[in-house]
Design a protein around this ligand. Structure first.
Ligand code: F6R
Length: 605
């Protein structure tokens, strides 16, 4: 085995350490690596992988290595708090994603027992614990297993033992670990993205599994040492998916890819004969589908907002009551799980801890859960009873764009499918099928307006705060627009239902607080135009995003997008807001792909 690479940003993001700085390594604050070469050699720095690369001497070589990018939870970002962490005798080195909840208690016990801690991290506890047990066990795997028995919390770890230079042990509980199978070499990472430039044969560990990697391959075990059988999966993403393709940022590349990614989500799934959607992975008979009385959608952040669009689509097309809720809230409120409710979990990464925990809670209570997931073989995909893959390709930039639209499109398919099983007429089925097919071309038309939208972004970016409003179908669009703006440009943005403005937030409106108003041409158009008048009457500027140019007395600026069916319009109305946020962030000189404090895959609570 030449390599074991396990990387994290305290549970978020991955980066193959030692090569060129990799894409998709968001928000991390320090980086480090350890190699085995007559003992363990380490280099750790506060900063980015590029800083680590400059700190590593030319002759820093070893047969096996582990590396990591950290996103601080315990102790400030610093060289000493960066991973890997070693025990005092420097026999054991550990990198860790997740959080050890009883770290303080374990630290006190170990200190009383003579251990000397170098860092403030929870992870160092693991190095000392394993070092204590390794002397009395036959294998490193046994030592790791014994040590982990006293640990409460989440982890994805990789462990080196200076006295067993032929192997690396990795273990998972709540933080992803993926093995990569190479030619006479093995890899491990917290994300497939870190592996695809070396291999496309991967194995996902389950929670409670441990693996031993050596030059011959790998063996996986349960925590009570029973060997488990794993089938490698071939991932269809390759290294080419992880370059910027000539764009200045991954975000712009991913926004621009949407005609193609939406087409991929739709491909092979629309049936023009019966005007239905074919979704082979649902694992639901028409009889079972009819038996559901409600649909509950869960996801976090932008995934949750796309779920709100999905809930509306399902209610409108299938007339099944549906609503969306943040998975991070759902999991903690002891939800009532009903046998006639269908649960739908959304996740681009498939590894978001809050969403995974919510799915697991649902499964414990006997709930039927579908997944709408982008990453094939990810933890959430494995946990669900069936679902829909997005086929949007890897999303590298921290802010979700193409996965958001593909999720909304997947909900269009799901709602069409449920609708046609219920009471959606063939004529309406045809209308939605045709509308879905028009989306890629219409997205391409919106992308042609990039320069116009960029100018508006530069005009509005200087304001400290912006309001986003929308009514009913427009409300999730407003929420997603505000989310995109705040996360990548750091401009404060509030999203409100347009109907709620007069119940409080109107007090904020004035020359310093422009409003982005989502105003589709639907049955609520007049009401929305009245709201614009109310904003203008209070001195607020209005940037309207809709299907027509409104009178100058109501708006300062308009972005006009192509019209689709009213149910599908929210998907198109989102695209200009992505472009707007991107150019606002560029105008303000932000780190567009890696906004501060954030990371791509949130695998911690
Ligand atoms: C926002 C964003 C996040 C994610 C959220 C869920 O642009 O990217 O809000 O949508 O963290 O992530 P996934 O979809 O991977 O579960």
């Amino acid at each position: 085995m030449r390599n074991c690479r396990l990387c994290r940003a305290e549970g978020r993001g991955t980066d193959p350490v030692g090569g060129a700085p990799a894409p998709g390594v968001p928000g991390y604050d320090s980086a480090g690596l350890a190699v085995l070469n007559k003992g363990i050699k380490t280099r750790k720095v506060k900063g980015r992988v590029a800083d680590l690369a400059s700190a590593v001497p030319a002759r820093f070589k070893g047969g096996i290595g582990i590396g990591h990018t950290r996103w601080a939870t315990h102790g400030v970002p610093s060289d000493v708090n960066a991973h890997p962490h070693l025990d005092s005798s420097e026999r054991i080195a550990v990198v860790h994603n997740g959080i050890i909840e009883n770290a303080d208690e374990l630290r006190a016990k170990l200190t009383a027992d003579g251990a000397e801690f170098a860092s403030e991290t929870d992870t160092e506890v693991l190095a000392h614990l394993i070092a204590r047990t390794v002397k009395d066990t036959d294998t490193l795997a046994d030592a790791v297993r014994t040590a982990l028995k006293s640990v409460v919390g989440t982890y994805g770890i990789a462990v080196l033992d200076a006295e067993r230079p032929g192997e690396v042990v990795v273990a998972r509980n709540g933080s992803p670990i993926v093995l990569g199978i190479g030619e006479k070499e093995m890899f491990a990472a917290s994300d497939v993205a870190a592996l695809v430039r070396y291999t496309r044969q991967v194995v996902h560990l389950e929670d409670g599994e441990l693996a031993v990697l050596d030059s011959d391959g790998f063996h996986t075990f349960t925590m009570d040492a029973r060997e488990t059988a794993k089938e490698p999966l071939t991932v269809d993403w390759d290294a080419g998916h992880y370059d910027t393709g000539g764009y200045e940022h991954y975000l712009l590349k991913e926004i621009s890819e949407q005609p193609e990614t939406v087409a991929r989500t739709l491909r092979g799934r629309l049936d023009d004969r019966f005007h239905i959607a074919h979704l082979g992975g649902l694992n639901l008979t028409p009889h079972e589908t009819r038996a559901f009385r409600r649909v509950k959608i869960i996801g976090c952040g932008s995934a949750y907002y796309s779920g709100q669009i999905g809930a509306q689509l399902i209610e409108e097309l299938a007339r099944i009551p549906a609503d969306a809720e943040p998975a991070s809230e759902f999991r903690y409120r002891n939800p009532v799980v009903e046998h006639d409710t269908l649960y739908v979990a959304i996740s681009q990464s498939g590894e978001t801890y809050d969403t995974l925990a919510a799915v697991q809670e649902l499964k414990r209570k006997g709930g039927r859960v579908l997944g709408i997931v982008n990453t094939v073989g990810s933890a959430i995909a494995r946990e669900c009873d069936g679902g829909v893959y997005l086929h949007a390709g890897p999303e590298v930039s921290v802010a979700s764009t193409k996965a958001f639209t593909s999720t909304a499109v997947a909900f269009g398919l799901l709602a069409l499918h449920f609708g046609r099983v219920h009471d959606l007429s063939p004529a309406d089925g045809r209308r939605i099928c045709e509308g879905l097919r028009r989306l890629p071309g219409q997205i391409a038309e919106i992308l042609e307006k990039e320069q116009e939208i960029a100018e508006l972004a530069r005009k509005y970016a200087g304001h400290p705060s912006m309001m986003f409003v929308g009514r009913v179908r427009g409300y999730p669009v407003a929420r997603e627009g505000a989310q995109k703006l705040k996360e990548i440009s750091y401009v404060h943005a509030e999203a409100y239902p347009a109907s709620e403005l007069k119940h409080g937030p109107l007090a904020l409106i004035g020359p310093d607080m422009p409003t982005v108003a989502i105003v589709p041409d639907d049955e609520l158009l007049d009401k929305n135009l009245t709201t614009l008048g109310e904003i203008r009457a209070r001195g607020g500027q209005v940037l309207m995003v809709g299907h027509r140019v409104a009178e100058p007395k109501l708006v300062d600026d308009c972005i006009v997008v192509p019209k689709n069916e009213v149910e599908l319009d929210p998907i198109l109305l989102t695209i200009p807001l992505q472009i707007f946020a991107y150019h606002a962030a560029v105008a303000l000189g932000r780190d567009v792909d890696k906004p501060r404090n954030l990371a791509k895959s949130v695998t911690v609570e």
